[in-house]
Design a protein around this ligand. Structure first.
Ligand SMILES: [Zn+2]
Length: 328
């Protein structure tokens, strides 16, 4: 692990280190890439180094006033604008940022604004932010975090320098979970593979009963194919009531594994699968379907993943998916 507290991401860290080392951090910086890959951690590190009286070329000293207040969440020259899933960053929040940006920095000689996730900016807020990026009202750095940079206006992206965060190999993530977080290797492997290369997400997954969660999903899928359609409604109601994080990653990984064993045909799928311990069951289910059916299932699951928000819409979306699953 680097001093940045991240594994992998050498490219992004190198770019940030060079900018900090030359004291040439752009006023617009976009940290873009996979959820759970360390963008927020890295952005806070950049912010701390910009604010520290010893910075930005060296590591944060941890002892100066700005460092202590940054750690305590009370740094007067630092603002974080964050919103929950499905919420928007509104224009009044950007106006407030504008107001703060135009004030003289109190102790660090500059201001730092972090926005996460930047794709949550609604159209009005994005327009207002663009004006700030074009004509910053003072010595201010905008650190924008996004796992869907394609949803940001191109005009905003073009005003920022981008540091790209990429998936980390599952083996590397699993080794890190075992060595630094003390998880047994089987659990670490499953978490690493489910996370699709995002160490932060893998660490959160590894604290859960992943095998139990997965088996509940597999049982739900089996039940939804039994005679009598009411099982579809029962399974959908159960999933809609549960936290999607406990079933959606397993569902997606299971379907992708089915597609993989179908592609691999007779070859051993182990190294390529999220669930190598269930290869036999995966092969059984995959052999019942042709590529067209598997493709339509994967599409339906992607649509389901996009539709998971409130309990009502989740229930309808799960029902729709399970009906596709029943037919395919
Ligand atoms: Zn300091």
């Amino acid at each position: 692990m680097s001093e940045w507290g991240l594994i992998g991401q050498e490219g992004a860290i190198g770019l940030l280190e060079r900018a900090l080392g030359r004291n040439q951090v752009p006023q617009g910086l976009l940290l873009a890439g996979l959820k759970g890959s360390g963008k927020h951690t890295a952005a806070r590190r950049v912010a701390n180094r910009l604010l520290c009286v010893q910075g930005p070329a060296s590591e944060p000293c941890g002892a100066c006033g700005p460092c202590r207040r940054f750690a305590a969440g009370t740094a007067p020259d630092y603002t974080e604008v964050t919103v929950g899933p499905g919420e928007e960053i509104r224009i009044d929040q950007v106006r407030e940022v504008n107001r703060q940006s135009s004030l003289t920095p109190q102790e660090s000689g500059r201001r730092v604004i972090l926005m996460d996730p930047a794709e949550a900016l609604n159209a009005y807020a994005a327009n207002a932010l663009l004006k700030l990026l074009e004509e910053p009202p003072g010595v201010v750095h905008f650190l924008l975090i996004s796992h869907r940079p394609d949803r940001l206006p191109a005009t905003i992206r073009s005003r920022c320098q981008t540091a790209g965060f990429h998936p980390v190999a599952a083996g590397k993530v699993a080794a890190w979970l075992t060595e630094h977080c003390g998880h047994p290797s089987g659990q670490a492997e499953l978490a690493a593979r489910l996370s699709a290369g995002a160490p932060g997400w893998a660490r959160a997954l590894a604290d859960r009963d992943l095998v139990g969660e997965r088996e509940a999903v597999v049982e739900g899928l089996a039940a939804a194919r039994t005679a009598g359609g009411e099982s579809v409604l029962e399974v959908a109601a159960g999933w809609a009531d549960a936290d999607p994080a406990t079933w959606l990653p397993h569902l997606l990984a299971w379907l992708r594994d089915m597609a993989r064993v179908r592609v691999l045909s007779g070859q051993a799928g182990g190294p390529f699968l999220a669930n190598p311990d269930r290869e036999k069951a995966l092969r059984g289910q995959a052999s019942e379907r042709d590529f067209t059916a598997l493709d339509s299932l994967l599409r339906a699951a992607d649509e389901l993943a996009d539709a998971v928000h409130g309990p009502l819409s989740t229930r309808l979306a799960v029902e729709e998916f399970l009906l596709t699953w029943r037919r395919a």
